[in-house]
Write a protein that binds this ligand. Structure first.
Ligand SMILES: OC[C@H]1NNC[C@@H](O)[C@@H]1O
Ligand SMILES: [Ca+2]
Length: 457
């Protein structure tokens, strides 16, 4: 349980961990440098028509070369932590077998620089960039992926555990599956209701195998990061109630239930019908592993109604009085409080980090200068978004939720996958032409929140 909160202001618990989040393919660039192998995203983005404007991760924020200045920027902003991901194919260019020491060295240097600047690393093993060589062997559709993933994790545990004390196996298995295997908007771009359950189940088996490997090697903490989108019925009709249950099962319970409770929601069979296999019982002994924490990524909610969409037969209803971000997501802070209380009640108040939260708004494309001559990028909508969602977390903590930290998405404007560079989530602006970083007003706001442990809200 978190220590009691002072009612006075928005004081967060002592020791609350304030940081930011990024992901390898979205910021690093140099995807094939120093012996790295291609990933499914280098392949997908170079396939004509797959990304907006044909944008690729070839340069991105050039973080692979500017990592030292970016850590200095985190230090200047007063960050206490930094959540990042490792690109599997830098470590194992063919996905298994030979280790690429130069790839390992990049992350080892990054971790040392973070620690030297008093910033705690949170390392995500997999944030969507599967080695292309493994996709050629079936990728997440091949049950061997659990061994491939555990072997990859083991290489990193042996190299970094102790300097890294908070590990994450997967980022958002729902997005990987729904985007990469059902609807095809994300790499590897498959569209199959038969493949999606298999990929999803194998992702969770791989999660379990990586946690088991960590328990044999590691001496610190490991968890799973999921994106949760609370579903609210558009009406109290029986159809809409049933639609909400399916949507909630498909996006929210499909991952935490097997990981923490050892079984899938019943609605999965209803959703996928003949395409939902009868899984071997022993798979759940692998999937369900003791976790030290979970990470929740929150962006928005869905008001959900029954429709003839496939295979869910449920979909979102636009809210006429709602405020929407550039990615078309409703700004709904209450949804964060609601889902955190829901997760506490359903999964037994497991220590929880908000491992992503943020918004893409249209920011002024260039900085102006204030009377002091300081360059500014004014992003009041993002400040409002962050203020409201941090307050929503404070409410959840007051309701008894064991929330340990918050990683804003994102430190930098970066590659928003198939949407290319068109959506800016950063609290720091990136000029992709010059690679110049400019903290936005939201970064200055966030620095004050961190320094006051929430009081500045
Ligand atoms: O869409 C914003 C973010 N959502 N979670 C996963 C990240 O990779 C995305 O950029
Ligand atoms: Ca998402």
């Amino acid at each position: 349980m978190s220590p009691p909160l002072t009612a006075a202001k928005k004081q967060f618990p002592k020791g609350f961990l304030w940081g930011s989040a990024t992901a390898a393919h979205q910021i690093e660039g140099s995807p094939l440098a120093d012996g790295a192998g291609p990933s499914i995203w280098t392949r997908f983005a170079h396939t004509p028509g797959m990304t907006l404007n044909g944008d690729t991760g070839d340069v991105a924020c050039d973080h692979y070369r500017r990592w030292k200045e970016d850590v200095a920027l985190m230090r200047e902003l007063g960050m206490q932590a930094y959540r990042f991901s490792v690109s599997w194919s830098r470590i194992l260019p063919e996905g298994t077998g030979r280790v690429n020491q130069k790839g390992l060295d990049f992350y080892s240097r990054l971790v040392d620089e973070l620690l030297a600047n008093g910033i705690e690393p949170l390392l995500t093993l997999y944030h969507w960039d599967l080695p292309a060589a493994l996709d050629d062997r079936g990728g997440w559709l091949n049950r061997d992926c659990a061994d491939w993933f555990a072997d990859y994790g083991r290489v990193l545990y042996r190299a970094l555990d102790g300097r890294v004390k908070k590990w994450v196996t997967l980022n958002e298995p729902w997005v990987i599956t729904d985007g990469g295997y059902l609807h095809g908007a994300l790499a590897p771009g498959h569209r199959s209701r038969f493949e999606a359950p298999i990929a999803s189940h194998n992702l969770m088996r791989s999660h379990g195998a990586a946690v088991q490997a960590y328990r044999a090697e590691g001496r610190h903490e490991i968890g799973l990061v999921v994106n949760i989108e609370p579903k609210y019925a558009a009406s109290d009709s029986a159809e809409d109630q049933a639609a909400v249950r399916r949507a909630d099962a498909y996006m929210n319970r499909q991952y935490l239930d097997p990981a923490l409770l050892g079984s899938y929601p019943d609605e999965m069979k209803e959703i996928f019908g003949e395409a939902w296999p009868d899984w071997p019982a022993e798979d759940f002994d692998l999937i369900r592993q003791q976790l030290d924490f979970i990470g929740i990524n929150y962006y928005t909610r869905n008001v959900t109604q029954a429709n003839d969409s496939y295979p869910l037969r449920a979909g979102p209803v636009k809210q006429p009085l709602g405020t929407y971000t550039e990615t078309g997501w409703e700004v709904f802070p209450q949804g964060l409080t609601d889902l955190l209380v829901w997760a506490k009640d359903r999964y037994g108040n497991i220590p929880t980090y908000i491992t992503e939260n943020g918004a893409a708004f249209f920011d002024p494309p260039v900085a102006d200068t204030d009377p002091s001559g300081a360059r500014r990028i004014r992003d009041p909508l993002r400040i409002d978004y962050l203020r409201k969602h941090l307050s929503a977390i404070h409410d959840a903590i007051a309701a008894g939720c064991d929330i340990r930290g918050y990683m804003v998405w994102s430190l930098l404007d970066n590659l928003e996958w198939s949407l290319g560079y068109s959506k800016r989530f950063g609290i720091v602006h990136v000029n992709y032409g010059t690679q110049e970083r400019t903290p936005k007003d939201s970064a200055r706001f966030y620095s004050k929140v961190i320094a006051s442990n929430g009081d500045a809200l």
